[in-house]
Design a binder for this molecule. Structure first.
Ligand code: PEP
Ligand code: MN
Length: 334
């Protein structure tokens, strides 16, 4: 349920209403916009007397939110959420370029790629240390050592780091990581989502391989219902019947999600296509359709990459793409 307050309501009256709603066992989420304050109510609202609330002098309107996702619902929070990572902002008109290799392989590799993508204008460094692999015999990442190497690359460049967490048992290793990524395969690992909700770290939540947008939003809801509102959604392609590309990039998800939720939405054209030459066109399309950012795999020696070399851009290709993305953004915003 949402309660829209009249503009210019006294703080004291607003606080009294919030206390009264909380006493009824409801969680009250306050969205203080420039022109409007919206109270989002979560919990058993079936016994809440809507007419009584609607009749209060400070209340403009009361509406039931029929969707099962509440905290991430745009009706709860009409203005875009801006996720802040150090000096980097994502959402609400702030565009963020995350770039780096699929996997951290060595100090030389991660530092070289970090320096290159930084020079091209990337805002954040990506790199997997814990890698989910289809085959148990494939390289599964350098794990804790990989996280340490990412921190070295951060120190060398100043770029915040984003890296995947696969299991809650590893959470203590991620204390000094800037953004925790939940990969496509873990989008519905509800225990993991709940635990991440207890942290105050920004979470990059990737859409599952065969999940609907509603399911993606329900997973974001798990994180937010546990108290963490810093969630970035990522469209990374879904399984369809076509197999020319690794996945099918669902770009309509971007404007659709922007309607449904206030959370920032970024696009991963690398995993969506699986093919180096398709990454740039789809990245530009994502920027044109209003994505709040991109996450792109870049490797300094893609042929010898231990994971996802075929979809990795070389640093000079990323540089050319970053320039074009800036141009597309200017046109899209005009
Ligand atoms: C990744 O970003 O390296 C990754 C494994 O992505 P996804 O979970 O989208 O497959
Ligand atoms: Mn990858």
């Amino acid at each position: 349920m949402i309660v829209v307050l009249k503009s210019g309501v006294e703080q004291e009256k607003q606080a009294q209403l919030i206390d009264w709603l909380s006493e009824q066992g409801l969680q009250v989420h306050i969205s203080q916009g420039e022109y409007q304050t919206v109270l989002g109510l979560v919990g058993d609202t079936t016994r809440v007397d809507m007419d009584l609330i609607g009749s209060l002098g400070i209340v403009d309107s009361v509406k039931r939110v029929t969707e099962p996702f509440k905290c991430c619902n745009r009706k709860f929070h009409p203005e875009d959420t801006v996720v802040q990572v150090g000096n980097v902002r994502i959402g609400g008109g702030h565009f963020c370029m995350m770039a780096g290799p699929c996997s951290v392989e060595s100090e030389e590799q991660i530092v070289a790629v970090a320096k290159a993508v930084k020079a091209s204008g990337a805002d954040m460094l990506r790199g997997g240390a814990f890698k989910p692999r289809t085959s148990p015999y494939d390289f599964a990442g350098l794990k804790a050592e990989g996280l340490e190497l990412l921190k070295i690359a951060r120190q060398e460049t100043g770029l915040p780091i984003v890296t995947e967490i696969m299991s809650i048992v590893d959470l203590h290793l991620f204390e000094d990581v800037d953004v925790l990524q939940v990969g496509a395969r873990n989008m519905q690992n509800f225990d993991l989502l709940r635990e991440l909700g207890k942290t105050r770290k920004p979470i990059l939540l990737k859409r599952g391989l065969a999940n609907t947008l509603k399911e993606l939003l329900m997973s974001a809801e798990y994180i937010m219902a546990s108290g963490n509102e810093q969630v970035i959604l990522c469209e990374r392609g879904i399984r369809t019947f076509d197999d020319y590309t690794r996945n099918t990039l669902d770009l309509a998800a971007v404007p659709m999600l922007h309607e449904l939720t206030h959370l920032p939405v970024i696009v991963d054209p690398s995993h969506a296509t699986g093919i180096n030459r398709l990454v740039s066109p789809m990245a530009l399309a994502a920027a044109a359709c209003g994505a709040d950012g991109l996450i792109i795999e870049v490797h300094n020696d893609p042929i010898h990459a231990l994971c996802d070399g075929a979809q990795s851009l070389r640093p000079e290709q990323f540089d050319a793409l970053a320039r074009k993305v800036r141009t597309v953004r200017e046109v899209a915003l005009a």
